[in-house]
Design a protein around this ligand. Structure first.
Ligand code: ASP
Ligand code: MG
Length: 437
């Protein structure tokens, strides 16, 4: 069985929901849906007002959002019977949200509010399918998707529960489930973090050992560079999981980075497809490597580089540990690392504790900080014994000042750190040299 995930814009209007319905009928499958686009942001805003003890502010957004949903009902359903069912579904959800405007509001209530977007969209699409005569059923994510005490998904629990739920609905032709939402180790309603619907699809795919996981968006697969910035980009047809993981993490917006691992571990291909052009081949992500090819470039902004220079690094064991420990103490992940005999440079994208980190690092050496940097990540078959590839990448940037270069961490990427103001010309130069001649 295949797992298909549709993002917020793919279910962003009544018409788009109808288009999705057309795409998912036919052979039996599991369909994971996001909330309609903009809904989760509105739910965040509602929560924000409630945290600030401003129920009027919250109510204004709740009313606006509810109106939008009632408008979709008129357009989506043909019969009075289903219009009524949909209105009842929407009403019950907004009634629940409104109960939180009257009482103490904490993280616990916020997570319940945030879960309503996916419950709205899946309920509406399922009703529409039923109205069209499709034998579809909902498989509630809150009954099988679960995280453990470390807030990591619990694959054993997920598999056991999901298989049981599917088995109870053996006769259904189509299964609809919510992306993003789950229960945590304490059985409270929780979520897999913003953008987490891709993760749901991947976890569901792994649990049922799916034939394929499809991520449907409104872009034609992953491009070899950022089409908003660079001229002449083209879609990449095949990517290795590790190439996709690097691209997703380093800026390619099309796929959430967490989604790669469950699929990779279970060797389930992930296909990126386009709802606007459903017949287009998209991008296939799998464990297969295409030999000798540089595939794509992505960029991640708002990076800060930190250099620690120390005479004491020479022959010192434990120096790197001490440096890394400081970042760990402030829960600040490091993206890139380069080392020399007298110093080490690292990059971070979370500047929240920058001041304290720099302060602590000063115990070990002279510290310099370069803000406003960009990581440019080049992926492809960059196995170290292949000759010429790293040279070609570096040569492409011969006119751009490069602050750090990282190669050899995996067989699939080279990362380079440049100034934000050089991002565009660095990306263009890489496209021109690597792909367009
Ligand atoms: N609706 C959630 C969000 O907007 C999850 C998702 O769309 O992937 O973050
Ligand atoms: Mg998304």
């Amino acid at each position: 069985m295949k797992v298909l995930k549709f993002g917020g814009t793919s279910v962003g209007s009544a018409q788009r929901m109808k288009d999705v319905a057309k795409l998912i009928t036919g052979e039996r499958k599991i369909v994971v849906l996001s909330a309609m686009s903009g809904t989760t942001n509105s739910l965040v805003e509602i929560s924000d007002y409630l945290y600030k003890k401003n129920p009027d502010g919250a109510n204004e957004i709740i009313n606006k959002l509810a109106m939008k949903y009632y408008d979709h009902v008129e357009e989506l359903y043909a019969t009075e019977e289903y219009k009524q069912k949909a209105k009842e579904h929407i009403k019950s959800i907004f009634d629940l949200i409104r109960t939180f405007t009257k009482d103490l509001f904490t993280l616990f209530e916020e997570r319940i509010v945030l879960a309503q977007g996916e419950l709205l969209s899946t309920g509406m699409v399922n009703l529409y399918l039923n109205e069209c005569g499709v034998n579809s059923v909902q498989i509630p994510a809150l009954d099988y998707m679960r995280t453990d005490k470390n807030a990591e998904p619990d694959p054993v629990y997920i598999k056991e529960k999901l298989l049981k739920l599917l088995d109870q609905q053996k006769d259904a032709d189509l299964y609809i489930t919510q992306g993003y939402i789950c229960r945590n180790a304490y059985a409270e309603i929780d979520n897999l973090q913003r953008g987490g619907s891709d993760y749901t699809a991947s976890l569901v795919g792994a649990a049922i050992n799916a034939e394929e996981i499809q991520i449907w968006t409104d872009i034609d697969g992953m491009h070899n560079n950022d089409p908003r910035i660079v001229d002449k980009t083209s879609p990449v047809r095949n990517l290795h999981f590790e190439e996709a993981a690097e691209l997703a993490y380093f800026g390619a917006k099309i796929l959430h980075p967490t989604c790669i691992l469950p699929a990779k571990l279970n060797n389930i291909p992930v296909r990126l497809l386009n709802t606007i052009e459903p017949k287009a081949p998209g991008t296939l992500i799998s464990n297969a490597t295409e030999k000798g090819l540089i595939k794509a470039v992505a960029a991640k902004e708002n990076i800060t580089a930190i250099k620690i220079k120390s005479g004491r690094m020479l022959l010192a064991t434990g120096f790197l540990r001490k440096v890394f420990e400081i970042f760990e103490n402030y829960q600040t992940p490091i993206d890139m690392v380069t080392t020399s005999e007298v110093g080490v440079s690292v990059t971070i994208d979370n500047r929240k504790h920058l001041e304290e980190i720099v302060d602590d690092l000063k115990k070990f050496g002279t510290v310099t900080v370069d803000p406003d940097m960009v990581i440019i990540c080049v992926v492809g078959d960059l196995e170290w014994e292949n000759v010429g590839f790293e040279a070609k990448i570096v040569h492409s940037l011969k006119d751009v000042p490069v602050r750090m270069i990282s190669y050899g961490g995996s067989n699939y990427n080279v990362s380079l750190l440049v100034k934000a103001e050089d991002k565009k010309r660095a990306l263009q130069a890489l496209s021109d040299h690597l792909f367009n001649n």
